[in-house]
Ligand binder design. Structure first.
Ligand code: SAH
Ligand code: SF4
Length: 426
């Protein structure tokens, strides 16, 4: 979501005549778009702003931290702009408006389209803003405000623009896309509309809330042409007691039922998740329930975090003293990562010997002689060869290194003799 917002801000600035600088150190104005979902990114955003301010730059601080900490940030920034007013930035800079803070949360997302422009292969489109869920650990409802769904016509217009610009993949964004609703159209209706009217080769969405995802959505993906089968379904925790304390609105069994239903209905679908450890009051037996879900589902990818106490999340006011010691939480996180990785490895092994169409999105991290691309169901595969961004390459997965599948282009494989040293397997 922040990446999307940053792109919109950048384009709004360009439209008003500002020139982007490759290196912030050479810029006159530095815009820091912040995240405050956990303590670390929040401090990082503030420190980044502070260091540029010390270097004499004009600093604009925007995003969730700006929204939430507002006035105290005027010390590290010249202009503080919240999550729903960033369209004011170019004008505030050009016309030297006298206000230094813009924090209205009632705005809608109407200005998104005016900031559209792209030369990218992978893009995003916000379909809603804000969140009404109030999970007890989370600041998002306070930093991004009430949930608002965007007009379907606006979404389609933006998608068509991206289609015409040659974008190959788009992710529809929202904090809880399943609760999308606009005048009688629910999320599945929107997806159907998108699939019928837009011809971008790969369209995904995130984030799905396990409480709200419907069978209608799962089946829409199953039957779709351009919507591809990847579900990001944050688990957060496996224990019913903890889930209740988190105000997540589902039980462990309900989560398992949805995940297993996705596996059954759309066998080629991948499922990724977010999991947190060390939530206040999480006992060893609660953590064991999380591990149990991980074993049963075998996720295809996961983001894992240590709980971070956030003001003004509801739990901050209720339970701030019941914390678990950091060492124990650290051990839990390592145990969780290792269990999740076992599942990922099992899932990756199923890819061995199979053919996939890979969308290349850049050079591999370790060597420019290799490229990084994604399968339709959103798994990154490393491909030998320097391919161009945006190219589609047919590959066969011949090895898994660590957790990364290595896919050899089919035309290369066809020209190889049998004794070419491809080691199958781990
Ligand atoms: N709307 C999405 C995600 C929002 S934040 C959803 O509900 O899934 C992304 C992830 O950050 C969350 O899924 C959660 O795992 C994590 N997160 C949010 N608040 C956190 C906190 N206080 N401490 C640690 N992790 C947190
Ligand atoms: Fe935060 Fe919950 Fe909303 Fe996600 S659904 S943004 S975790 S309050």
């Amino acid at each position: 979501m922040n990446e999307y917002d940053s792109r919109i801000i950048e384009n709004l600035m360009i439209k008003e005549g500002f020139t982007p600088s490759k290196d912030a150190n050479n810029a006159d104005i530095v815009i820091v778009n912040t995240c405050s979902v956990r303590g670390k990114p929040e401090s990082k955003g503030i420190e980044t702003a502070r260091s540029f301010k010390r270097k004499g730059k004009y600093v604009v601080l925007t995003g969730c931290t700006a929204q939430q900490r507002s006035e105290e940030l005027l010390e590290v920034a010249d202009l503080v702009v919240g999550t729903r007013e960033f369209q004011v930035i170019p004008n505030a800079l050009k016309k030297k408006l006298d206000r230094r803070m813009y924090l209205d949360l009632k705005g809608t997302c109407d200005f998104y389209f005016s900031g559209r422009r792209t030369n990218k292969v992978l893009e995003y489109v916000a379909i809603q803003e804000g969140c009404d869920n109030f999970c007890s650990y989370c600041v998002v409802p306070y930093t991004r405000g009430r949930e608002v769904s965007r007009l379907p016509e606006e979404i389609i217009k933006e998608l068509k623009y991206l289609e015409d610009s040659g974008v190959k993949e788009v992710t529809l964004l929202g904090q809880n896309v399943n609760s999308y609703y606009y005048k009688g159209a629910d999320f599945a209706d929107l997806l159907k509309m998108v699939d019928e009217e837009v011809k971008i080769p790969r369209i995904y969405f995130t984030t799905s809330h396990p409480r709200d995802i419907s069978l209608k959505v799962i089946r829409t993906i199953k039957d779709a042409r351009y919507l591809k089968p990847w579900f990001h379904l944050p688990l957060q925790a496996g224990s019913d007691k903890v889930l209740k304390e988190m105000n997540r609105g589902y039980t462990k069994d309900e989560y398992l039922e949805i995940a297993l239903r996705i596996r059954a209905e759309v066998p080629e679908a991948t499922i990724s998740t977010d999991i947190m450890v060390g939530f206040p009051g999480e006992g060893d037996e609660d953590f064991a329930e999380t591990l149990d879900v991980v074993k049963k589902v075998q996720f295809d990818n996961a983001y894992m975090f240590m709980y971070s106490i956030r003001k003004p999340s509801p739990i901050y006011f209720k339970n701030k003293d019941i914390s678990i010691d950091d060492v124990k939480v650290g051990v839990r996180l390592r145990t969780l990562i290792s269990e999740v990785n076992k599942g990922i490895y099992q899932r990756r092994k199923l890819m061995l010997g199979k053919e996939y169409e890979i969308l290349i999105y850049g050079p591999a991290r370790k060597s420019p002689k290799y490229s990084k691309g994604k399968t339709e169901n959103n798994i990154t595969v490393v491909v030998p060869g320097a391919f161009s961004e945006g190219e589609f390459v047919k590959v066969k997965v011949e090895k898994i290194i660590g957790l990364t599948p290595i896919g050899y282009p089919l035309n290369v494989l066809a020209s190889l003799t049998n004794d070419f040293p491809l080691n199958r397997g781990g």
